[in-house]
Write a protein that binds this ligand. Structure first.
Ligand SMILES: Nc1ncnc2c1ncn2[C@@H]1O[C@H](COP(=O)(O)OP(=O)(O)OP(=O)(O)O)[C@@H](O)[C@H]1O
Length: 316
């Protein structure tokens, strides 16, 4: 039975997780609604895999509460397991088995009369031609695709994907995105971690960015990107005395190079509408006053990368 869109498939409330004295996850909260794709981004060591481990029932939560389809994933693992699929960062295959044998063996572990034929499964992840190849001869990207095939074999309601496209070439990555999109379209709830911002931008309904054990930004892609603020950028061969003025509370960031300086304003604040216009009016008045031409003047929207870099550079 599939859960409906407005119910929570995954709930994380104040999760804390420690390794000895080190607190790797420090009060993380987010909700993944049934049928949506949620991307967990973050800096290295931010606590993404640790959070996923708890949701997959591999370790008990040390603090806070987690629920997957209403169950405690650690204590009620047996009831939950048939309804979830997991793609770990390192699958641990038996190298001597062929690709097709691996799918067969794995398929035999979970009871599901309606499971698709092995050939169809391999076709889905673009590995049909590799059915007879021993697993140890697969490339890194091909192993990731086999991992994905095994994770979706039992047609799970909730799918956990830890860095699903790491090691894939751009074409394989796009192919995998299509597989993930199809799963989501069929009603599967997907929680994935990734270091590829484009992956999150293309796939995610909601996302969270973690840094040093906490969530620093979350929302829809548009909501998170809006936090970055618009950028006003131009170049000057020579900076006039006193430099460019603050605009709408934004101080200019100046990068000097051999042939002049690049000036960038980051216009924060909401609503963003109209701020770039007002800033440009002030800027052009300043340029006229100093008889300057602003080279390559542009206004651009902030990006997910801007937000990520701000989060990554942020304090504890
Ligand atoms: N078994 C462990 N024992 C001790 N510390 C650990 C253990 N596993 C992870 N950590 C530490 O916990 C923190 C979070 O690790 P985690 O693997 O959850 O981060 P991550 O966000 O998945 O990182 P990455 O993006 O680099 O994969 C890191 O500082 C890591 O060194």
């Amino acid at each position: 039975m599939r859960t409906s869109h407005d119910t929570a498939a995954v709930e994380v409330d104040g999760l804390r997780q420690t390794y000895g004295d080190f607190e790797a996850v420090r009060g993380v909260s987010f909700t993944v609604r049934a049928g949506e794709l949620f991307a967990l981004l973050g800096t290295n060591g931010a606590g993404k895999t640790t959070t996923m481990d708890v949701l997959e029932g591999l370790r008990p939560a040390h603090g806070g509460q987690v629920r997957v389809l209403g169950f405690d994933p650690y204590k009620q693992r047996r009831r939950l397991r048939p309804r979830t699929g997991v793609m770990l960062q390192d699958g641990g295959f038996v190298g001597d088995l062929t690709v097709a044998e691996t799918v067969q063996v794995w398929g035999g572990l979970s009871a599901d009369a309606g499971r698709p034929p092995v050939g169809d499964v391999l076709e889905t992840v673009g590995l049909r031609a590799k059915g007879r190849t021993p697993v140890r001869q697969l490339s890194g990207g091909q192993r990731r695709r086999l991992d994905l095939a095994l994770a979706v074999l039992s047609r799970p309601e909730v799918l956990f994907l830890d860095e699903p496209t790491t090691g894939m070439d751009p074409e394989a990555r796009r192919g995998t995105w299509d597989v993930i999109r199809d799963l989501r379209a069929a009603g599967t709830t997907v929680l994935l971690t990734t270091h590829y911002l484009e992956e999150a931008e293309r796939l995610a309904d909601h996302l969270a960015i973690m840094h040093e054990g906490t969530v620093r930004a979350h929302g829809t892609v548009d909501e998170v990107v809006a936090e970055a603020g618009d950028r006003v950028v131009f170049r000057l061969p020579l900076l006039p005395r006193g430099g460019p003025p603050p605009l709408l509370g934004a101080t200019p960031e100046i990068t000097r190079s051999g042939d002049g300086a690049t000036v960038t304003y980051t216009l924060g604040g909401t609503p963003p509408d109209g701020r770039a216009h007002a800033a440009l009016r002030g800027l052009l008045a300043w340029a006229d006053e100093h008889d300057l031409t602003l080279d390559r003047l542009e206004v651009r929207k902030g990006t997910l990368e801007d937000v990520f870099l701000r989060v990554a550079g942020g304090p504890r």
